[in-house]
Design a binder for this molecule. Structure first.
Ligand code: ATP
Ligand code: MG
Length: 567
């Protein structure tokens, strides 16, 4: 099914996604007493990424749209991979994205007692049994889609024996891997998941919430639907790979239901982005093996990485809205994410001037020991942001590549004898190029026209370019970190013959240790965002010290996405 088949146009040109159509139908039929209740169910085994953001926006956004509720539920059924560090980061990220779960912070582990009771009930009803076979043996007996599975030799244990063994599994009497609890459903079912699925396995690792209380842990399939049911979830939205699990989800709910309320599982396509990947396992590997500096490395597709890079919650929410909800897997161009942040920062970011690759300029006819404050606009997109003063003096820095000694035909910036405008300041003309003993250009001597103050032409004289600058004695020193794609290829995990790490881009980080920014940024705080005029958007980093400010480049000004798409 294509997205077009599923999503409808609403009045006003907005698309009503297929999940909201399902909910509208349910409400129309009076299901669940008109309630809409969703949940976001992360497993606390890593930091959240931009794919999770899509799910968060969908689950919390749906609750907001229908005046319903959305729970945060940690799916913490595997203590060997989970940690409170992840729980804390997940809460921080969901809040940062602008959503709130009120007092409804739940954990699958809150339900371990109830799930255990439910397992006992299934055993008593003859619907579950303890199997002593190894995981490999069990999977070998599963058969295939066309070949029915074999019955386990332990399938016909008596109810009493099963109750006894399962209790002893719980009490820690058996080794990991020596026994499992399975549902007794149908070893010939065309749906492989119905072939006596695993319900519980023995894990003897302490759990971050329940400690050593349990030696058995429920499988995802045995926990998720039941938790949904007990929390009163009406629409359990998950990604496509769970579509084949839905009949089993319903089967468990059928065993539990004692009213006409029931949760409904609805699947949508997960987000994939070019030049990165979303697997938590792989992202963890990048962190653990130090290919990146941490989960919040600005090159990571994690929410904390994007935050540190300079992304805003609004940009991520707009991005989620823009990509829409579909039933078909697709890969979204990362340029669309960049478009979303550029669009948001264009409206909001304070403009400043900063020079990344400095070239010294001496204004020979400007008085010594003089600093002049010139007016500069804070954001041309938002008049209410006002203006600021930028200091100007005799010695300046400009960008190295804004000067060429022997300019080609189409180079209009500074060159010997050429006049350009310094943004907000004056017209200057390059009179002399000073070089060191190696022939490297070390400074320029220029003259300025006092009549061009503010950058205005004194006599209608035209210059072909305007460049940015900073006053050397007033500027603050900064380290600027530039980022490129973390991977060299669009789909780093798509090649089965090569490890994804082989596609890491060795040039994904460039550090410019000595840049100069106008003094306005002196009092910046971590996560403050700026547009450095002509260069892009930059975000103040917490690595900054009094002596050295650090900025991360968020994104350039050039909009490759809109351009490529002809927007
Ligand atoms: P892994 O990355 O190890 O495959 P996971 O992404 O399934 O794990 P969970 O913590 O279980 O991680 O995910 C929480 C919720 O976010 C689930 O409902 C899941 O379907 C959804 N989700 C995960 N990845 C994406 C994605 N790329 N796009 C949209 N939703 C996602
Ligand atoms: Mg999962």
């Amino acid at each position: 099914m294509s997205e077009k088949d599923l999503n409808e146009k609403e009045e006003g040109g907005k698309t009503r996604n297929f999940i909201h159509q399902f909910i509208d139908e349910d409400l129309k039929q009076g299901k669940n007493a008109g309630r809409v209740h969703t949940r976001f169910p992360p497993e606390p085994n890593g930091y959240l990424h931009i794919g999770h953001a899509k799910s968060i926006c969908l689950n919390f956004g749906t609750a907001l749209k229908y005046d319903g509720l959305c729970n945060l539920r940690f799916d913490d059924t595997n203590p060997s991979k989970e940690d409170v560090e992840y729980v804390d980061s997940i809460k921080e990220d969901v809040h940062w994205l602008g959503f709130d779960w009120g007092d409804r912070e739940y954990y699958a582990s809150d339900y371990f007692d109830k799930l255990y009771e439910f397992a006992l009930k299934l055993i008593r009803e003859g619907k579950a049994y303890v199997d002593d076979q190894s995981a490999e043996e069990i999977s070998r007996q599963r058969g295939s889609v066309n070949v029915p599975g074999q019955l386990s030799p332990f399938r016909d244990r008596t109810i009493e024996e099963n109750l006894d063994l399962f209790t002893r599994m719980k009490n820690g009497e058996f080794d990991e891997g020596s026994k499992v609890l399975r549902a007794k459903i149908d070893m010939a079912s065309p749906n492989m998941l119905f072939r006596d699925p695993l319900l519980y396995r023995i894990i003897k690792t302490a759990h971050h919430r329940t400690g050593d209380k349990w030696c058995v842990y429920p499988m995802y399939d045995f926990a998720h639907g039941q938790c949904d049911y007990w929390e009163g979830i009406t629409h359990s939205i998950c990604t496509l790979e769970f579509e084949i699990h839905r009949p089993l989800y319903d089967w468990f709910v059928d065993q539990l239901m004692d009213s006409d309320y029931r949760p409904r599982q609805i699947e949508f396509a997960r987000l994939n982005l070019t030049y990165t990947m979303m697997s938590k396992r792989k992202l963890l590997e990048l962190v653990q093996k130090k290919y990146v500096k941490g989960w919040d490395d600005p090159r990571m597709p994690t929410i904390c990485g994007l935050r540190r890079r300079g992304y805003t919650p609004e940009a991520i929410r707009n991005f989620s809205e823009r990509i829409g909800i579909t039933k078909a897997d697709s890969v979204v161009d990362v340029a669309l994410l960049e478009y979303s942040i550029r669009e948001d920062l264009n409206k909001k970011a304070q403009r400043v001037m900063g020079v990344l690759n400095p070239l010294k300029v001496v204004i020979t006819n400007y008085p010594d020991n003089t600093v002049e404050d010139l007016d500069a606009i804070n954001n041309p997109e938002d008049e209410s942001m006002g203006s600021r003063k930028v200091p100007f003096s005799k010695v300046l820095y400009i960008e190295k590549d804004d000067f060429m000694e022997n300019p080609p035909h189409k180079f209009f910036r500074l060159s010997p004898g050429r006049e350009v405008r310094l943004r907000y300041a004056y017209f200057i003309t390059c009179q002399e190029v000073v070089k060191d003993e190696n022939g490297e250009i070390v400074e320029l001597h220029c003259t300025f026209d006092p009549a061009s103050r503010g950058g205005n032409s004194p006599d209608g004289r035209k210059v072909k370019s305007t460049i940015h600058w900073v006053s050397a004695e007033n500027a603050v020193e900064a380290e600027i970190r530039l980022y490129d794609r973390l991977f060299n290829v669009e789909d780093p995990s798509g090649d089965k013959d090569h490890d994804f790490k082989e596609y890491l881009n060795p040039d994904s980080l460039t550090v410019l240790p000595k840049c100069y920014i106008e003094p306005f940024v002196k009092n910046a705080k971590p996560f403050d965002k700026f547009q450095f005029e002509r260069l892009g958007y930059f975000c103040f980093d917490a690595d900054s010290t009094d002596g050295k400010l650090v900025f991360n480049k968020t994104v350039g000004l050039k909009d490759s996405w809109a351009k490529e798409k002809g927007k």
